[in-house]
Design a protein around this ligand. Structure first.
Ligand SMILES: N[C@@H](CCC(=O)N[C@@H](CS)C(=O)NCC(=O)O)C(=O)O
Length: 291
């Protein structure tokens, strides 16, 4: 193994220098707002404050699926929160999510607005509100919620663990890359075995469990995140590959993946979504062509 750092932790950790690596400028050890800034409010019942990362995509896919299934009450405004610029620390955003992370949702359809944060909680809230994409029979519902929470517990090892040390850390360190590559491959195997026996993650139906898991593990299987497809031999997980393609074939997934996206092909970036027609007229390629 390569030589580990000769760093000895001090008795008490203090915040006196940047940690280095991508996102170092937004990392801080204290919660709460850094500045005053109200959030915008659009005309629809649901106001989403987000960014097109895997956690954000879970919610925009759900909203697009609900609309495609005919739930008009799921109309939404999706506002862009630029986390690299610290917008998650504005007072308005912190009031919706005290944890200062996207995605955050305000449901303004009732007399009093309801805030929801944590992508898993948002998926569950919307599934219950509209009676969709969450089985009602006890065993099937338990299976769906088990996989939903599996994702919430597992993805930090993929993103904060593997992704951070393999792609973002200022230097490549064998110990953490090894540790988290092992865990991520184990997770892919868990998923692959499940998908060998079941069409979708929670059973024969497509549910919020698929919507939570696909933006992370489907993206990994496609080589869209961390440039790690070869390193992790993702093509070996045949059932994950089959399911990834099946989910990606859904038009609502394609649309949901475009919302609040600020990277990749301009034609696939819809920075903000305030109307269904925005997919035709407001993608970055169209806005750039219009000058
Ligand atoms: N467990 C949270 C995680 C959300 C999360 O980590 N969001 C990231 C982007 S994917 C974020 O907002 N990071 C900004 C920051 O850490 O300051 C969820 O699933 O909603």
């Amino acid at each position: 193994m390569t030589n580990p750092s000769d760093y000895t932790p001090p008795k008490v950790w203090t915040w006196d220098k940047e940690s280095g690596g991508r996102f170092a400028n937004i990392n801080r050890p204290i919660a709460g707002p850094t500045h005053e800034k109200e959030l915008p409010v659009g005309r629809h019942p649901l106001q989403l404050y987000s960014l097109g990362t895997p956690n954000g995509v879970k919610v925009t896919v759900m909203l697009e699926e609900l609309l495609a299934a005919g739930h008009a009450g799921a109309e939404y405004d999706a506002w862009l929160i630029k986390i690299r610029e610290g917008e998650q620390f504005g007072s308005g955003f912190v009031a919706v999510n005290p944890n200062s992370k996207i995605p955050a949702l305000m449901d303004r359809s009732g007399r009093e607005p309801i805030r929801v944060f944590e992508s898993g909680a948002i998926l569950l809230y919307l599934a219950e509100k509209f009676g969709a994409f969450l089985p009602t029979e006890a065993r099937a519902r338990a299976e769906c919620l088990s996989w939903l929470f599996w994702q919430m517990g597992s993805a930090p090892y993929l993103g904060g663990g593997f992704g951070h040390f393999y792609a973002y850390a200022p230097s490549k360190m064998e110990y953490p890359i090894d540790r988290f590559a092992m865990e991520v491959k184990r997770q892919l195997d868990v998923l692959d075995r499940r998908l060998a026996e079941s069409e979708y993650v929670a059973g024969p139906e497509y549910t919020i469990a698929d919507m939570a898991i696909w933006p992370w593990y489907g993206a990994l299987a496609k080589g869209w995140v961390y440039d790690a497809a070869e390193f992790l031999s993702v093509q070996d997980y045949k059932n994950v590959q089959r399911w990834t393609d099946a989910v990606f074939a859904r038009p609502a997934v394609k649309r949901g993946r475009m919302v609040n996206r600020t990277t990749g092909e301009p034609s696939e970036q819809l920075h903000e979504r305030h109307d269904a027609s925005d997919f035709e007229t407001k993608t970055q390629d169209k806005l750039q062509a219009a000058g």
